[in-house]
Each structure stands twice: as C-alpha cells, then as structure tokens.
Design a protein. Structure first.
Ligand code: 13P
Ligand code: SF4
Length: 298
C-alpha cells in the first residue's frame, strides 16, 4: 500500500481528522482534510467531531487544538516542530511586563505557548488582530510576542500598543530591496505580504494579510501575476486554489524549517502509534481557553 493510501486507511480506523497549516510541505497539504491559516485551523479544532486531531503544523497550533478540544487525542507528528517566535516570551517575562503595566489588557498572538495564553486576556491571529484590538476598548494594551504584527495592527487601529520585542526569523529575511527587485521583474503584479514582515516591507506592500487572506485576495483580484511575501509553502496552496494565476515568492529564503519537519512518513507513523500526543496541564488549559474563546467570539 502506498503511503497516502495507508494514511487514509489509518485515518478511517482512528476516526481522525488531519489539519495542515498553509506552510506545510505540498504532499502533506494534499493529504489533509483541511488546510488553512491559524484562525481557520483553530475553528476546525474547536468544531470537529473526530476522536483524533492530527496537527500538521507547529506546537502552538497543536496546543491550541488541545486547549479547545481536551477530550480528543491531539497528535503533532514531529514533536520538535516549534515556533521560534512563540519561544521569545515565557509566562514569567509576561508577568513581569504586566506588573509594570498593571492596568493594561494583554492581547497575545496565537503564536505563543499555552502558559502565555493563560496570562492573556485575549488571543488573536493575523486574520483578526485588528478586530480583537478594537474589541479591547480604551486603555493600555500589551501585545506579545510579535512586534511586527503588533506595530502593523497599531497603525490600522490608530493607537499605541505596548509591544514585546519578538519577531519571526523567517519573515525577517524579507527586506525592502527584495520587494523592489521583484517589482522590477513583475511591474504589474501586486505585492502581498504577511504582517509578520518588517514594517519597511509592510509599508511598501499592496496587501497585508494572513495566509488565508492571501487565498481570498488571489481569487478576487484581476491581476494574473502576484508577488508573495510569506513562507514558501503558501505557493503550493495558492496554485492549488487558483491554478490559472502565477505566484512568485519574493525571496527564496522564506522557509520555516519547523513547518517543513512534518513528512508523510511521520504522519503515517503518528496515526499508527497515536504518538506524540500533546498535553496541556488542566489549570493552564482552562485559563488559556478563556483567551481563545474570547478571540473566537470576536
Ligand atoms: P497565519 O495565521 O496567517 O496562517 O500565520 C501563521 C504563521 O505562523 C505565520 O508565520
Ligand atoms: Fe513561527 Fe515564523 Fe514559522 Fe510562522 S513562519 S511558525 S511565525 S517561525
């Protein structure tokens, strides 16, 4: 039996659902039941009636699934797949920051640990950050851990945020001169970038949006050529959804090594052995869930 057929068979036996982030390897995206951005994936994780959720992504995504669906088995086929940006703040550091701003509300990007979510008032993703900040009302807001997403959102909403100094190593590789060079090669093509990019890059882009927002934009724009400034896995998803258009990755170094750790072999093995399972201590889970529920309600 080939590996894809084996995964499909195991999936049936386990009553499992396979969720994959848009940055996953093409063959992993193709075998998944649902492919999407962090917001879409967390909605799927909250709503599925499968017994097992196999998360093809990085650890904070699988943790989010476990927080929302504690009664389910949540598998992360490659247990070392983490998010370096999420690791840039821990719960102690956030508690210290909160102590310095005792009246501030805390919004945390979903790219964060369960412990950091548990210390936060509300989570957000790149798709809903503006709505979440607006919903926080007046007063100080601490935003962790991504300073780039935070400063882009602050500009959109027209208010200041207290930013943590975290960033995504992958998106930081993209520089304004790369965007200018890509524009010179494809002058008609709109520039679409993720808000995790540097402010100097975001400032010269035509569209700044989440990975799923990129799919929506590609479907509705009249442009045939589109320049993409996010992780390279996105190109496969875009080509699959909108095959008649051309997508150009602005920089060849836009690769998230952690997102590339999941392979079909590891996925099959994970379904077969029901490991590695993600667990979140119940006291942390309950507090983190409040922050996630608030986001999902918004
Ligand atoms: P999206 O929620 O836009 O898919 O982004 C997740 C992520 O990790 C970006 O680096
Ligand atoms: Fe984390 Fe960046 Fe990878 Fe997204 S692309 S998972 S933010 S390291």
């Amino acid at each position: 039996m080939d590996i894809v057929a084996r995964i499909k068979e195991l999936k049936k036996q386990r009553n499992a659902v396979i969720l994959a982030h848009n940055y996953q390897n093409p063959e992993v995206q193709d075998v998944a039941d649902f492919c999407g951005d962090s917001l879409g994936l967390s909605r799927q994780a909250a709503e599925t009636d499968a017994d097992v959720i196999v998360f093809c992504g990085v650890s904070f995504m699988a943790e989010t699934a476990k927080i929302l669906s504690p009664e389910k088995i949540v598998l992360l086929p490659e247990k070392m797949a983490g998010c370096p940006m999420a690791d840039m703040i821990d719960a102690n550091q956030l508690r210290e920051l909160k102590a310095r701003h005792p009246k501030a509300k805390v919004v945390c990007y979903v790219n964060s640990s369960a412990e950091v979510k548990a210390e936060s008032d509300c989570c957000c993703t790149s798709a809903n950050v503006v709505d979440v900040i607006k919903a926080m009302g007046p007063g100080e807001i601490i935003f962790v851990p991504d300073r780039n997403l935070g400063s882009w959102a602050a500009k959109q909403v027209g208010r200041e945020l207290i930013l943590w100094d975290g960033f995504c190593l992958t998106h930081h590789r993209l520089r304004p001169e790369d965007v200018e060079a890509a524009k010179a090669a494809h002058p008609e093509a709109p520039v679409v970038v993720h808000p995790e990019c540097r402010p100097e890059v975001v400032d010269i882009a035509d569209v700044v949006t989440s990975t799923e927002g990129m799919v929506r934009f590609a479907k509705q724009t009249e442009a045939d050529d589109i320049l993409i400034g996010t992780e390279m896995g996105m190109i496969h998803r875009l080509k699959r959804e909108v095959p008649e258009k051309n997508f150009y990755l602005i920089h060849p170094g836009l690769i998230c090594p952690n997102m590339k750790m999941t392979t079909l072999d590891k996925l099959a093995q994970s379904l077969e052995t029901l490991t590695p399972q993600i667990e979140v201590p119940e006291d942390i889970r309950l507090r983190a869930k409040e922050a996630l529920d608030r986001m999902l309600a918004i």
